[in-house]
Design a protein around this ligand. Structure first.
Ligand SMILES: C[S@@+](CC[C@H](N)C(=O)[O-])C[C@H]1O[C@@H](n2cnc3c(N)ncnc32)[C@H](O)[C@@H]1O
Length: 375
């Protein structure tokens, strides 16, 4: 989407200056800082939930006696939420423990846990729900609606009876907890998932490399939802995972996860037979819109479509109004349904980027995670 106008050129050079301003040492320092911030979020979770529970207890206790009598189960329910948070924390600690030596460039040692921001706590709670979506029986319907059409399309385009699927390379940017990439590898394709979020990378590393017993672990993903519960027990309902043994890939499967910003990690052209993503492009929910110090250009599907076609891709399949949910609590009284677009674009052989500048990200963003690290 290169733009030749003076203003765009000025912006490009501004971002270029920003890029070189950050020395490799500074980059490494920022990355370490970010790593520890996310580790702190995992470790601080229990304190955060307990604070919320304490607040709820105080609110309840501030009610007149006659009103409290009408609500005899509130304190017991809050105590149950506390116990569930303890259990969640045990699992989060196991994830932290398993993540501490994931990256070579991080120095480890005893550290004091620092309080986390609401932003990071929200991310952590979303990550907990992501376990349900990707690795539990409860997430099956959601996976069937999102991942199955993608997998079927890959099988249609690269059928087993026409090609050696182990030679078909599939890249899944924005892989979340890795289930889609894992399923593609299970079918025999060579598949790599890519993520930049440490929340996701720590969690996918745990589930993919440390879990080998079906439904052996339990999370309480809905305890943070205090609204829209039909029954109090819906809030404290446990969810078991993994619904399959992540270690059960065929012995010759070629599956990996790579950490880092998609646009920075993959710089070589014509290296993948297929690039597929779910939820990262559609629905078009822009997490960094209106955030100071974050570069974010929010595009409509129409604009993305035009850009894809202008580059030279042929849109071969396009289905609008594909309804799906995202980390949905099936018992919640509030449901969000995304009205997604499913599309397949083919890159013709003659589409070629003339200069590496064309595929460079506009600015190195601090939200970039552990570039190029294989996990
Ligand atoms: C909406 S989530 C979808 C996750 C997963 N595909 C799923 O369907 O459950 C989008 C994911 O893309 C990741 N992501 C966004 N931009 C990325 C980038 N430039 N490089 C790598 N990952 C990215 C985010 O960290 C997030 O985990």
């Amino acid at each position: 989407m290169a733009d030749g106008t003076g203003e765009a050129a000025a912006k490009r050079s501004y971002f270029h200056k920003e890029r070189i301003k950050c020395s490799p040492e500074e980059e490494a320092r920022l990355e370490r800082e970010h790593f520890w911030r996310i580790i702190d979020a995992f470790s601080y979770y229990r304190v955060h939930v307990q604070e919320q529970v304490r607040r709820a207890e105080h609110q309840y206790e501030s009610l007149p006696q006659k009103h409290r009598k009408l609500l005899p189960n509130v304190l017991a329910h809050l105590a149950q939420i506390s116990r569930c948070a303890e259990k969640n924390q045990e699992l989060l600690q196991a994830i932290v423990h398993n993540s501490l030596h994931m990256f070579e460039n991080i120095e480890y040692g005893q550290r004091k846990i620092r309080p986390s921001s609401t932003f990071d706590m929200d991310k952590l709670k979303s990550t907990i729900k992501q376990f349900v979506r990707d690795w539990s029986e409860d997430g099956r319907a959601e996976r069937d609606s999102c991942y199955r059409p993608i997998i079927q399309e890959i099988q249609r385009l690269f059928p087993r009876h026409q090609c050696d699927v182990s030679k078909v390379s599939v890249l899944v940017p924005g892989a979340g907890l890795g289930r889609l990439a894992w399923e593609i590898a299970r079918l025999g394709y060579m598949c790599q998932g890519n993520e930049w979020s440490f929340f996701m990378l720590f969690s996918s590393n745990f589930v993919l490399n440390r879990c080998d017993q079906v439904n052996s672990l339990t999370l309480y993903p809905w305890i943070h939802q205090f609204s829209n519960n039909k029954k109090s027990s819906d809030q404290t309902r446990p969810v078991s995972f993994p619904d399959v043994n992540p270690q059960s890939l065929p012995p010759n499967a070629d599956f990996s996860m790579a950490a880092g910003d998609f646009v920075e990690v993959y710089r070589e052209s014509n290296s993948w037979d297929c690039v597929t993503t779910c939820g990262s492009v559609c629905p078009l929910l822009y997490h960094f819109e209106n955030m100071a110090n974050e570069l974010s250009v929010e595009l409509s599907y129409e604009e993305i479509r035009t850009a894809v076609s202008t580059i030279g891709f042929h849109i071969e399949v396009e289905k609008e109004s594909v309804q799906t949910t995202y980390t949905e609590n099936p018992r919640s009284m509030l449901r969000y349904v995304y009205d997604c677009v499913f599309f397949v674009a083919r890159k013709p052989a003659d589409v070629y980027y003339h200069s590496p500048e064309d595929i460079q990200p506009a600015v190195k963003s601090p939200r970039r995670d552990g570039e190029g690290t294989q996990t």
